[in-house]
Write a protein that binds this ligand. Sequence first.
Ligand code: FAD
Length: 235
Amino acid sequence: MMKIYWTKINEIIDETAEIKTFLLDCPEDFDWEEGAHTHFALKGFNEGERPNRSLVRHMSISTLPSEKSIGITTRIRKDCSEFKSILRTYEHGQEVALFKTHSNVPLRREQKNIYLLSSGVGLATFRPLVLEYFNRPDGVKHVHSLNVDSGRQFLFTDLFKSSSEKKFTSQFVDNRVDYYREVEKLASDQDGLFYVVGSDEFLLQNIDLLRMNGIKANQIILDKHKRRVPEFLTF
Ligand SMILES: Cc1cc2nc3c(=O)[nH]c(=O)nc-3n(C[C@H](O)[C@H](O)[C@H](O)COP(=O)(O)OP(=O)(O)OC[C@H]3O[C@@H](n4cnc5c(N)ncnc54)[C@H](O)[C@@H]3O)c2cc1C
């Protein structure tokens, strides 16, 4: 039986004008790995005969268990779905549900350079990977993050700050031209591992470019169930 965890919002952080992080109390037996996503559900989602899918979304967990809160970071635009228009009204103490939590993108400790490529709020998926790397850098040569956000609503800029001591570099760009120019440069590392998070269209464009620059399928890591990876990475 799938276990549904009901928990409460303990804090809401305004990250940027449109992006919020909901910090949830961590149920005692709820655990996850860096890069995990979960099913995040609003009150009432399982009250009908069938689960109401308009009250459920996949969301990455933007925190690590050591932070003692489950972070959900999302963009809520003025024009938004029913899900987000309800979430927007939620306050401290509101109950929400989580289920089916799994990481497709844990940190790979293979003595390589890691490149974290993301668009917009996709950076949230990588926040716990970077924290995990800072806590224990073993088996990773260097990490570089490249994030594109055309609205310049750059996220987590305190954490995503270059540091030679930590062997970490971070870059934010505000347009796709600069973004893809940078990806091409990063792809000159023929031995690197390239994690990509964003819309399917974003994934496909990144994969195309990486591939044209000699990067192999087994060097590209997507936040997709392993059953679905071949749809993106068969070449
Ligand atoms: C593994 C995985 C991890 C994910 N992690 C995250 C994460 O950490 N954070 C995150 O934010 N998302 C994440 N997503 C995506 C998430 O599941 C949602 O698909 C996404 O946030 C869009 O939410 P939404 O459908 O509620 O639409 P919205 O964000 O509200 O809207 C999306 C677009 O559609 C338009 N739109 C939608 N509905 C309406 C409507 N009724 N009327 C008018 N316009 C409308 C909006 O204007 C907007 O342009 C993840 C997805 C996967 C598969």
